[in-house]
Design a protein around this ligand. Structure first.
Ligand code: PMV
Length: 348
């Protein structure tokens, strides 16, 4: 850490030369993260498991600027404001604190995923920001430390550090001592050739943030405890099904885990409902596909969009059926994608 740190500061005597660019992809959880036990450290109540996608990358450039009085952040060329800016600055503060530096940063982010629509833009966003900021500030974390760091920006970002399938260990306890135990790592999978058909039925921002929705669910939903308990069993069974490349069991577990998560929210007071009429149309089409002998299983996150897990060979047919069920949806086909990657360190 100190070597890289010195390299950042010394050569020019100015921080302005230091910069790094990172690319990360979103991930979709097959066993969901829903509920924190420590809000400040973003420590979850349960383990979760996801597939990183090969589409919708986020590219983030972080440049240190010794002359700047505050962080400057643009998202898709537009200056960030409000909550988005506050979260990014808080994250940069954490990185600065670890690096022992106070210099401000210029952050440019290009997101290709619809922001805030339950498509995990925060996962790719904070994984890319964590990698770029850690490099720019000279932290040089290994993959596990990077996963822990990304977690602080957004829980699901801990998993986007890795490609393919990743499990995020909840760890135990609360407070600073518990930080080390909560990180993601790759999960071995057999010879699966999966696709996720993503039906974006509404690309608009969600009405309730996942942060607030989780808080409310944990605090008020009588279904939360039972779901969290069954999620533990889901994770064990999911790992085994992945290892033996059993797509049907992977899909069955993913679908029941997601529907259960949405049930916990529907039972919250007041209820959180992300599912829209078009969501249900797509869910019906998934049942029809299964009746016709196609392995297709749905999962939904903090939004109305549906991701349908299927075999790669069936993806075009699944996409066509989903389009028929929700004609106004935009449909994408994703496959397992790579972990976060640093494009360079030192400039753009
Ligand atoms: O990381 P967050 O705060 O965006 O929460 C994501 C939660 C879900 O997407 C609903 C589930 C998950 O595990 O990704």
């Amino acid at each position: 850490m100190s070597e890289q740190h010195t390299a950042v500061v010394r050569p020019s005597g100015r921080y302005a030369a230091a910069g790094a660019t990172a690319v990360a992809h979103p991930n979709i959880a097959l066993v969901k993260y829903w509920g924190k036990r420590d809000e400040e450290l973003v420590l979850p109540r349960t383990d979760s498991l996801s597939m990183t996608l090969d589409i919708f990358p986020t590219t983030t450039h972080v440049r240190l600027d010794a002359a700047a009085r505050r962080d400057e952040v643009t998202l898709g060329g537009v200056p960030a404001t409000g909550e988005a800016l506050r979260r990014i600055v808080a994250f940069l503060d954490l990185v600065r604190d670890r690096a022992g530096l106070s210099v401000r940063a210029v952050v440019d982010t290009e997101n290709t995923v619809p922001t805030g629509a339950g498509l995990a833009s925060s996962a790719s966003g904070f994984a890319a920001l964590a990698a770029a900021a850690a490099a720019a500030y000279g932290l040089g974390p290994d993959a596990t430390a990077l996963s822990r760091l990304a977690r602080r920006g957004s829980g699901s970002a801990s998993r986007s550090v890795f490609g393919g399938f990743a499990v995020w260990h909840a760890g135990a306890g609360t407070g600073a001592g518990a930080d080390a135990g909560s990180y993601a790592e790759p999960v071995p999978a057999g010879d699966l050739d999966p696709a996720l058909v993503i039906a974006v039925v509404d690309a608009g921002p969600k009405a309730v943030s996942s942060r607030e929705a989780m808080r409310r669910t944990v605090a008020t939903s009588p279904l939360y405890g039972p779901w969290a308990a069954s999620s533990k069993d889901d994770l064990v069974a999911m790992r085994a099904a992945l290892l033996r490349a059993d797509l049907d069991t992977v899909g069955e577990i993913a679908e029941r885990n997601a529907l259960g998560m949405h049930a916990t929210m529907l039972a919250a007071r007041p209820a959180v409902r992300y599912l829209a009429p078009a969501t249900l149309m797509v869910l019906d089409s998934v049942l029809r596909l299964r009746r016709d002998g196609i392995a297709a299983y749905a999962t939904m996150d903090a939004g109305p969009n549906v991701k349908v897990l299927c075999r790669r060979a069936d993806a075009d047919r699944v996409a066509a059926v989903v389009r028929g069920a929700a004609p106004r949806a935009t449909v994408h086909i994703a496959r397992p994608g790579p972990g976060v990657r640093l494009l360079n360190a030192g400039g753009r």
